[in-house]
Write a protein that binds this ligand. Structure first.
Ligand SMILES: N[C@@H](CCC(=O)N[C@@H](CS)C(=O)NCC(=O)O)C(=O)O
Length: 218
């Protein structure tokens, strides 16, 4: 049975990173659009797959996985020899990869979430951006990116010279920057971050996903 991805069609958040891994790995999948406006993700059938009632979820021939980063790791391991590698091969490279993946979850994601709430979600869903809170979020993100600048001065991608899931996890928030007109990722004050971010944004798999939204390939 072909793998099913349950998510919205908008290429953002967890659905986007799972869809990107499916594209990088060239894994055929059926896209099951979840009607979030009508709270389908809170229905008993959906809660049986994801007890927190969120997207994305995958159904791999009856094997259910939720939490986008866990899904990405599962797919990258299952299809290790297909498409882009995305995971490090030996123990020490794997440790460095896990270090970079933790950096994304512990440093980048919390700071970006604040920025996304003020700059993207509030205006989109009828609220008003609080400029002081947004500035605070951008300042916090800036301090994290100052460290990224040093790391990315040493190698091309976050976990070394290869593109890995640690980079992929950053696409979770990418559409929020673009839609909210926030240019912090390409600031000329951090040329290594800008080079890395521009490289991520111009990856053909991502450009296709951004242009077309999430679409099944099976
Ligand atoms: N940590 C989860 C977060 C999932 C999440 O927040 N999904 C959002 C859409 S991007 C959602 O389903 N929101 C609806 C809700 O929480 O009720 C993951 O990465 O999969």
């Amino acid at each position: 049975m072909v793998l099913k991805l349950y998510s919205s069609t908008f290429a953002a958040g967890g659905g986007a990173i799972v869809a990107l891994v499916l594209a990088e790995k060239q894994i055929p999948f059926e896209h099951v659009v979840v009607d979030m406006a009508n709270k389908q993700h809170k229905s008993p059938e959906f809660l049986a797959m994801h007890p927190f009632g969120q997207v994305p979820v995958i159904d791999d021939d009856g094997f259910i996985v939720y939490e986008s980063r866990a899904i990405c790791r599962y797919l990258a391991e299952k299809y290790a020899d297909k498409g882009t590698a995305l995971l490090a091969k030996n123990l020490k490279e794997r440790a460095i990869f896990e270090q970079a993946a933790s950096v994304e979850f512990a440093n980048f994601y919390p700071a970006v979430t604040k920025v996304a709430r003020e700059a993207f979600y509030k205006p989109r869903f009828g609220g008003t951006t609080d400029q002081a809170v947004l500035d605070e979020g951008l300042a916090e993100l800036g301090t994290k990116l100052d460290v990224y600048e040093v790391i990315l001065g040493k190698h091309k991608f976050l976990a070394g010279d290869e593109f890995t899931l640690a980079d992929v996890f950053h696409y979770y928030s990418a559409p929020y920057f673009a839609e909210a007109g926030v240019n912090i990722m390409t600031s000329k004050d951090r040329p290594n971050v800008a080079r890395w971010w521009n490289e991520l944004m111009s990856r053909p798999t991502w450009m296709k996903l951004k242009a077309e939204g999430i679409k099944g390939t099976a």
